[in-house]
Ligand binder design. Structure first.
Ligand SMILES: [Zn+2]
Ligand SMILES: [Zn+2]
Length: 64
């Protein structure tokens, strides 16, 4: 059986929590592209951004 990503099963209508990466906004940093988490609405920045907040958020929520 293929491994399913349970995070993607929680997709629903979510409202972005910020206009851009909320963690970068907090620290005054910059980002390339915002990524919306489709399960909780968290906005993080993509892997082309130096902080990669979306990837960090994904790993955090996957472990929890
Ligand atoms: Zn960021
Ligand atoms: Zn999330």
């Amino acid at each position: 059986m293929a491994a399913n990503c349970t995070h993607s099963n929680q997709i629903k209508d979510v409202t972005p929590s910020a206009r851009g990466c909320e963690d970068c906004l907090k620290t005054g940093d910059t980002w390339m592209h915002p990524r919306l988490c489709e399960s909780c609405g968290h906005v993080g920045c993509c892997d082309q951004s130096k902080n990669k907040h979306a990837t960090k958020h994904f790993h955090q929520t996957r472990i929890a």
